[in-house]
Design a protein around this ligand. Structure first.
Ligand code: HEC
Length: 322
């Protein structure tokens, strides 16, 4: 009510300024709006922090083409069908993206996803997709979490332009989305969001190259699971299966926590699952909550597998101390 009448008063005031006052001469032309400060001459002002959305950035990092407005307009060329270019959309109309020189980059399994180039842990070749661990051929050398010098503007430029192996994302993603992406990356780097190194350690001796860190509280994790996950995933984590029916949530978490931490943080792009962690928590509190969840999910009696052979075997190091 108060806001409404204030708005009304402002409108009346504005109308009074513009309207003809019979006692003064008729206005010749509307006067230009007074300017209190000179406006910047070049470009648009940089996107303000308040407009940035690290959740959208995280989902774009995972699978940008699962999100509106790209969903349906872009489908990556199928890397498995060799030279046949059978995707949809993008600068070449066939589901490929170009390098910085305008030449198409072939899809050798990366599907043009940022998570493929920099890894689920954002650490590039030093991280989970690097040669010492999962050894993905398309992994980039940059460890985004170790680049203290990287600012949002330069990160946006890097993604926009690409280079000889990184797609020029500026050809498909909007400027706002590039900003959201960079914002997400820097918020993880700076620990405002949880960091992967708070949740798992890289370990060459463990399957998939990682092991969960200690310090998780399974009881707290069980309570949080019942609160936040059970309605969609079922009390035993078996309501939905993953990877073509091979995994329950339990076995997925026991074999791929390096990926699932990211899903807990950003949800599954293009599905009903959004961010699952309370936004009011600090990055390290959220990391703790995830560790609690993983500790709970490592209990195979409470969270059984879908297909036992797909689960981590008893004594597997990935579950660390749990
Ligand atoms: C609103 C429903 C909903 C809630 C709440 C929810 N999820 Fe999900 N979750 C989904 C859907 C839908 C998918 C995607 C299934 C698919 O891809 O087929 C999914 C996928 C996942 C995946 C991805 C597995 C993969 O294939 O990569 C993980 C991990 C996961 N959820 C964990 C959790 C955890 C842990 C919680 C609680 C903290 C949670 N989810 C809460 C609906 C939900």
């Amino acid at each position: 009510m108060v806001a409404h009448s204030m708005k009304r008063a402002l409108l009346l005031f504005a109308a009074g300024v513009i309207a003809c006052d019979p006692s003064s001469p008729p206005p010749v032309a509307p006067a230009p709006a007074p300017q209190t400060a000179p406006l910047p001459v070049a470009e648009k002002p940089p996107t303000g922090e308040a407009a940035l959305d690290d959740l959208r950035g995280g989902q774009l990092y995972d699978r940008w083409w699962a999100l509106a407005p790209y969903r349906g307009a872009f489908e990556p060329d199928d890397g498995a069908t060799g030279d046949r270019l059978d995707g949809k959309g993008g600068p070449n109309g066939n589901g490929t993206l170009n390098d910085a020189g305008g030449q198409p980059i072939a899809n050798d399994g990366h599907d043009y996803r940022l998570k493929s180039f920099f890894g689920w842990d954002l650490r590039g070749a030093e991280g989970i997709y690097g040669p010492k661990y999962q050894n993905k051929l398309y992994v980039r050398v940059e460890n985004l979490l170790a680049r203290a010098d990287l600012e949002r503007a330069s990160l946006v430029e890097m993604l926009r332009k690409g280079d000889d192996t990184l797609p020029a994302y500026g050809e498909v993603l909007s400027d706002e989305d590039l900003q959201h992406l960079a914002y997400f990356i820097l918020r993880v780097r700076d620990g405002v969001l949880p960091r992967p190194d708070q949740i798992f350690d890289l370990d060459q001796g463990a399957p998939k190259g990682y092991r969960l860190r200690s310090g998780g509280d399974a009881e707290r994790g069980r309570a949080f699971y019942a609160d936040a996950c059970a309605r969609c995933h079922g009390a035993d984590g078996k309501k939905k299966t993953f990877d073509d029916g091979r995994h329950s949530l339990g076995s997925h978490a026991r074999t791929a926590a390096y990926e699932d931490w990211f899903k807990m943080l950003n949800g599954q792009p293009g599905t009903a699952m959004g961010r699952q962690l309370p936004g009011r928590h600090s990055g390290s509190q959220q990391a703790q909550l995830m560790l609690d969840l993983f500790a709970a999910l490592c209990d195979r009696a409470t969270f059984p597998s879908e297909i036992e052979a797909e689960d981590a075997p008893e004594g597997d190091p990935r579950c660390g101390p749990y």
